[in-house]
Design a binder for this molecule. Structure first.
Ligand code: FAD
Ligand code: NAP
Length: 535
């Protein structure tokens, strides 16, 4: 009989988990507390308890070709970076194509997930849910926790002495929806993550003055990279990942600093990170530097005190007449339906094997999907996590001993602190290509580049020097997809399609086509050398 799996949440992680269960012949039931799919990506005017809340203008910071699920490219005409409504549209067509809606029980909140008394032999869980006031209980062979980690605001008011005296308005970025109503205000945004930068830029179009206060600074990069291609196409290649792993640290650091400062000097703009050499998640914002250049946004250091109307900063400067403070200070997470010991966070470390499995369980029948912040897109990451988890549940993959898992968790945490630092915002940070490859290796879906060099050199070159997209993990192994090779080779077409909305006069183009080809070849050579800089 097929094993029954409870999937908690119908966001990106829940939807891909559902599909993986079906692909593996498991019997899933998904519980979603709201009335619809999409999780974080379903914008609503009001903030809902228990669900992430985004502002109306959120656009992805990872591109469409790097963010799609591995056997389902996004429609060709979708833009390269997507408004939240487009991501939701993609989820809807994905759910329809793989007939996933029939497995979802909407308006059903998971209240508790507890081991059954015979857990050590059965590995089963008792899941208690509530649907419109009615409680129900059911037994499952496995559980996939896909409930997201951008629900609980991290609001460190204790670090802001005087906040109780402040007479203006203050709120967490989770409450922010759009800039209307902030006309003519003096606004202070705390933090320099993606939320802070997006909100500061948007508000600065309405407000009289926006200040952005950062204690550690950040690297700011644009969505557009060399040749106008999305940044992640250039940054996340196997080649650049290999360079990051093998080049001497000194050289890497020098290259990173040089690259980050290519567009503008972070030092001159007051944005330079305190520790320049951490691989902390960069801020993706095309407009922040220009808005600083216009003076619409002023960068300030850490706030040391607030008065009724003013903010005092670490460098002794004071900004008076502040009307609004937006705390874009990130998120914390918890799993109220799980026993605390299952998913522990201690000293900024999540005690999960490869960010997924609690190491102390007698049976490996529970996995967290999406409790991670990769340097690239989360969508292919959660998909590979779900592919692995479902194979573990089926007994086709086994986890190592508890001791080995604990040793790996401790080692990984140390590496994480060295790479990304200790900040609250980096607790879940991971590398991208390395982590994807690691997951793929577990299920036998990592492409073998050496044999490909002989069998299909054209594809091998794309895999190594091209963007490390999710299709790469459907070339071999379980869940192999016939269309994967073609999807890799035609990726450029799908990137360019939404850009080429103006038909160029062919008579203007033809005389130069030969010249263009020569230039194109030169560009490849130049891009190759630039590539080297993207360690
Ligand atoms: P969510 O989307 O949060 O979905 C969780 C679901 O679980 C929700 O539907 C919720 O209602 C449900 N749920 C929760 N608790 C329960 C319960 N007890 N019972 C039943 N249901 C429950 N990542 C990228 O890769 N690229 C981006 O461009 C990007 N942009 C982002 C922008 C913002 C503003 C934020 C905050 C994050 C962004 N991220 C991005 C990261 C983001 O986490 C992922 O894109 C993704 O949405 C996570 O999906 P998820 O399914 O894990 O969680
Ligand atoms: P975040 O990345 O966690 O950033 C939080 C910011 O708040 C950091 O700059 C942090 O500074 C600062 N901070 C935290 N505690 C502080 C304190 N006590 N005092 C002063 N500053 C403090 O949160 P986020 O920006 O909301 O982003 C959450 C996730 O959503 C990220 O993965 C992000 O990429 C994603 N996101 C994406 C988009 C998009 O796609 N367009 C938009 C928004 C968010 P330190 O670095 O000094 O700790």
């Amino acid at each position: 009989m097929a094993k029954k799996v409870a999937v908690i949440g119908a966001g990106a992680s829940g939807l891909t988990s559902l599909k993986c269960c079906v692909d593996e012949g498991l019997e899933p039931t998904c519980f979603e507390r709201t009335e619809d799919i999409g999780g974080l990506w379903r914008f609503k005017e009001n903030v809902e308890d228990g669900r992430a809340s985004i502002y109306q203008s959120v656009i992805t910071n990872t591109s469409k070709e790097m963010s799609c699920f591995s056997d389902f490219p996004m429609p060709e005409d979708f833009p390269n970076f997507l408004h939240n409504s487009k991501i939701l549209e993609y989820f809807r067509i994905f759910a329809k194509k793989f007939d996933l809606l029939k497995y979802i029980q909407f308006q059903t909140t998971v209240l508790s997930v507890k081991k059954r008394p015979d857990f050590s032999s059965s590995g089963q869980w008792e899941v208690v849910t509530e649907t419109r006031g009615k409680e129900q209980s059911a037994v499952f062979d496995a559980v996939m926790v896909c409930s997201g980690h951008h629900i609980l605001p991290y609001l460190p008011l204790e670090s802001f002495p005087g906040i109780e005296r402040f007479k203006g308005q203050y709120f967490h970025s989770r409450q922010y929806k759009h800039p209307e109503g902030f006309e003519g205000k003096h606004i202070l945004v705390i933090g320099l993550g993606n939320s802070a930068s997006d909100i500061a830029v948007e508000l600065s179009k309405k407000a009289t003055q926006v200040f952005i206060s950062t204690r550690h600074g950040s690297w700011i990069v644009g969505r557009i990279s060399e040749g106008g291609y999305p940044w992640d196409h250039v940054f996340h290649t196997r080649f650049s990942s290999m360079l990051r792993n093998v080049l001497p640290q000194m050289l890497l650091k020098w290259m990173m600093e040089r690259q980050m400062n290519q567009r503008f000097s972070h030092e001159n703009y007051g944005l330079e990170p305190q520790n320049k050499y951490l691989m902390k998640e960069p801020v993706l914002n095309d407009h922040l530097p220009s808005h600083i250049l216009y003076g619409a946004i002023k960068v300030k250091s850490r706030v040391t005190e607030l008065t009724e109307t003013a903010a005092i900063f670490e460098d002794g400067t004071v900004e008076k007449d502040i009307d609004v403070i937006v705390f874009a200070t990130g998120y914390t997470f918890s799993f109220p339906f799980l026993e605390e010991s299952l998913v522990k966070v201690e000293e900024n470390m999540v005690s999960l094997y490869k960010y997924m499995f609690p190491p102390h369980l007698e049976k490996s029948t529970l996995a967290c999907i999406g409790l991670i912040q990769p340097l690239g897109s989360i969508f292919p990451t959660v998909e590979l996590q779900a592919r692995w988890a479902t194979r573990v549940f089926k007994g086709l993959c086994t986890l190592p001993s508890e001791r080995t898992m604990m040793a790996d968790i401790i080692k990984r945490n140390k590496q994480k602190i060295d790479l990304f630092g200790k900040s609250q915002s980096q607790i879940l940070q991971t590398n991208y290509v390395d982590y994807l490859d690691e997951l793929a290796l577990e299920i036998g879906a990592k492409p073998d580049l050496l044999s490909l060099v002989l069998e299909d050199p054209k594809l091998a070159v794309k895999l190594y020097f091209g963007p490390c997209n999710s299709y790469q993990y459907r070339l071999v192994g379980p869940g192999r997809w016939e269309g994967a090779r073609n999807a890799i080779l035609t990726q450029k077409q799908r990137i360019l399609k939404p850009l080429k909305t103006r038909t160029l006069n062919p008579s203007l183009k033809s005389p130069f086509s030969f010249l263009l080809k020569i230039l194109g070849l030169l560009a490849v050579v130049v891009a190759f050398f630039f590539h080297l800089q993207w360690f």
